[in-house]
Design a protein around this ligand. Structure first.
Ligand code: GLC
Length: 426
């Protein structure tokens, strides 16, 4: 995309990208690299579609929910149709369902997306019908998070695989992942590095450990309690927990219209447990929130963009929000574009490698929404303007280099297109 592309043609390009990645009711993140439906991608995609095709937006959610498990889990990937472009495919996960799915989850943005669709609907009648149909699925999903991932009721849910965080190779996972053996029983047939430059993707050693965990969970029959017990990788990801808290707040608002008073009481109790648990993850030295390693109980000393997502959850005190604003200013003094996925002063910062530095439009959007809701219009505006400019100059790329603004990773990316449309919609 050229530098002087006007917003009007970019809007068209974003809509075209979503339509082109539509495989008949579900949207692939991009055509070759990710040929199936991804959980949190679809939540953003639904919000993007809603800016010009509300019915298609609801259909995106319904398609994702076709993959929901009986216990309430919403999988990270739904394999609606076969493809040889991605590894690990359904044969590696070994889950006999129709449609086949992966056996782990991803950050639960879905209830927040659904609420936004409803609140902004022009076609209120059908929006209410669709919402009434999916509300029970969202409630079951949030119950699953607590039962499967926080049975001890600590207020923080566990994540058992870096892929579940959506931020696969974040430096926050280095130490926890180092505990995972690198032998696999599955032959590794990486496909990602044949679609995209290997320097922008996770390393081989990380990849082997990702697959080791899949082998391990498959051997446990994808039983939620067993997975929690045996996983050598178990973290309280601040990103997932913040997104879940925000989703619980949105579900609570929906419960008033689509649920029962008992549902509302149950959700309120979960929110009450999560708030202090997230608050305890505050780190004054970094001026943001940290994840926690649940194997040794220690905070994970890595300042990443996930640590700013409590803004999206409205989980920060005014003083913490101000400190996070100062953190953003410090980062902005080192790189021209916000928000890098890792503190640029951290020696682990790599501006081109996936979740170790690059900017992701979806994360920027959530942080900006949180800042704006908290009254920091100036920093929200800065992040939105940076995101818009990155997309204008770097195209609808998977992610962006914070040092030069270049668009990198996969091209014609659905969730980047969705964020462009959301930024335009305001
Ligand atoms: C990568 C990202 C993840 C995303 C998926 C599909 O695995 O790390 O967050 O959901 O690609 O875009």
């Amino acid at each position: 995309m050229s530098q002087n592309t006007t917003d009007e043609t970019l809007d068209d390009a974003a809509r075209r990208t979503l339509r082109a990645n539509d495989r008949g009711g579900y949207t692939v993140p991009t055509s070759r690299l990710y040929p199936f439906q991804w959980n949190w991608d679809s939540a953003f995609v639904a919000m993007g579609f809603a800016t010009f095709d509300e019915l298609r937006a609801w259909r995106e959610i319904a398609s994702l929910l076709r993959g929901q498990w009986e216990d309430g889990m919403i999988p990270q990937i739904v394999f609606h149709a076969a493809s040889d472009d991605y590894f690990p495919g359904p044969d590696v996960w070994g889950i006999a369902r129709t449609p086949p799915t992966s056996g782990i989850t991803q950050p639960p943005v879905l209830a927040s997306a659904a609420r936004r669709l409803l609140d902004r609907a022009a076609d209120t009648g059908s929006a209410e019908d669709r919402m009434a149909a999916i509300y029970p699925c969202l409630l079951r999903n949030h119950r699953w998070w607590q039962q499967a991932r926080d049975p001890a009721r600590t207020g923080l849910v566990s994540t058992l695989h870096p892929w579940e965080t959506g931020m696969d190779n974040s430096p926050a996972w280095d130490a926890a992942l180092a505990r995972v053996p690198s032998q696999t029983t599955t032959p590794i047939r990486r496909r990602d590095t044949s679609h995209v430059d290997a320097a922008m993707r996770p390393h081989e050693s990380e990849y082997r450990r990702f697959i080791h965990l899949v082998d391990l969970f498959r051997a446990e029959g994808w039983n939620a309690a067993r997975m929690l017990a045996v996983s050598p990788f178990r973290v309280a990801d601040i990103g997932t927990n913040a997104i879940l808290l925000r989703a619980e707040r949105d579900l609570l608002a929906l419960a008033a219209r689509f649920g029962t008073p008992a549902d509302a009481a149950e959700i309120t109790a979960r929110i009450a447990a999560m708030q202090p648990a997230i608050a305890a993850q505050w780190n004054a030295a970094h001026g943001l929130f940290l994840s926690r390693d649940l194997r040794d109980g220690a905070p994970i000393n890595a300042a990443t963009s996930a640590g700013l997502l409590p803004l999206w959850a409205q989980a920060a005190t005014p003083a913490q929000a101000a400190a996070m604003g100062a953190t953003l200013d410090r980062w902005a003094a080192r790189v021209p574009f916000l928000v890098p996925s890792c503190d640029p002063a951290d020696p682990r910062f790599e501006p081109r490698r996936y979740w170790r530095g690059p900017i992701w439009a979806v994360v920027n959007w959530m942080i900006a929404e949180g800042l704006a809701a908290g009254g920091d219009a100036a920093r929200a505006g800065r992040i939105r303007a940076d995101t818009a400019r990155l997309i204008r100059e770097g195209g609808l790329s998977e992610y962006f280099n914070p040092t030069d603004g270049g668009g990198i990773g996969g091209r014609d990316f659905s969730w980047t297109a969705a964020i462009h449309l959301l930024l335009q919609a305001g």
